[in-house]
Design a protein. Sequence first.
Length: 453
Amino acid sequence: MGKKIMRGFAVLGLCCMLLILPVFQSAAAGTGTVKNRALNVREKASTSSSIVCKLSKGDKVTIQSDTKGTDGMKWYEISCTSKGVSKKGYVRADLVTASGDTASSSSSSSTSNLADADKLYVKGSSVRVRDRASLNGEVVAGLTKGSEVSPKKSKTGDDGKEWIKVSCIFKGEKVQGYIRSDLLTKEQPAGTVTDNTANNSASSASYKDGDTLYVTASAVRVRRQPSTSETVVANLLQGDKGTYIKEKKGDDGKNWIKISFTINETKYQGYVSAQYLTKDSSAAGNSNTNTSDDEYRYISVSAVRVRNTASDSANIVGNLLQGDKVKYKKEKKGDDGKQWTKISFEMNGERVHGYVHSDTLSKSKTSSDQTSTSQTSNNNAQNSGKTMKVRPGVANVRTAATTTSGIAAKLPSGTQVSVVSENTGADGKKWSKISFTYNGNSATGYIRSDLLN
């Protein structure tokens, strides 16, 4: 009799536990709202896993726990109702707005202890500090490798990854923001300077006002202010020189040098990243060095389209005119069965690669090419004061008579312009100074004379 009573109590206790357990689970779980227009609920925490059901923006879910998915991102294990049927599965955490507490042991294990350190150092070569734990957050500072920051707290960002709130010195002022934890370290990276000021001054110690500096990169953009988001004043090529004015730290945390330089007898000023300038003209790889004539070819027809592959149906990467000089690369048979030549050439201050039909090239400017050029020059010399039209599909009007200067406007074929004057550009070709109407306003600029008729 006593044993039966004991068994009865045991069964009763088990039933009570089964009834109470869901209540505790429910209390530990959180809720969430779908952010995306459509969201796949998957069988496992992986984008390659089977889809259990689909949810829409605004649908509610119950978050049971979170875990790290196969993609390295944070996923929620959820329960939900789809078409009146209860479902369970996994969704990416950054696609759900969570509220309440989530029961998760994996979340705490996936976070680092970086926020507990007294100071941290930037691991990446260039890191942006943002106003919130999101790649969509506004950039409040730019730090370089080895920069020291003070951690405040840790937070999971909307990408499901850990972010550290930090304070740091940027441009002489104290700022606060968020950096992803994988871009920070407790140990100072090897080969970095602890004092940013010392590091900044080191690059400019040998430069003084009036020094001649040379461009070391194949092409650089000169900007109005020390920032990659600033307006481009002009483009300079390897070996081009400028005069040092001053140095300033940019918003990317790197040093920029303000220089003055001349293009087509017009003086300009602007900023170039210090890493692309040197006092040593030989180290700049001055582009005036001789190259074998066998490496070059000339366009022998009036105009040719340059394509990204050896096919007439391939994308056009540029247009070249008769007499233009290009660098020869190699030949191959195109999909039309004809020979194509891979070439490279300068366009808008950048080196462009592409293919043209081999029969549109010659190893030297033929006499007919030279006669054509001479006739064009003689005709254009008489064009001053005349109204003319743009000849190619789209022509760039530039701020100076050189292809490395800034683009003032793009004019379509047939646009009428007035020729103010004509002179020889930095490329040795004839350029026309024109006046025209652009976006309802009067404007002036320079265009190659052979692009007008």
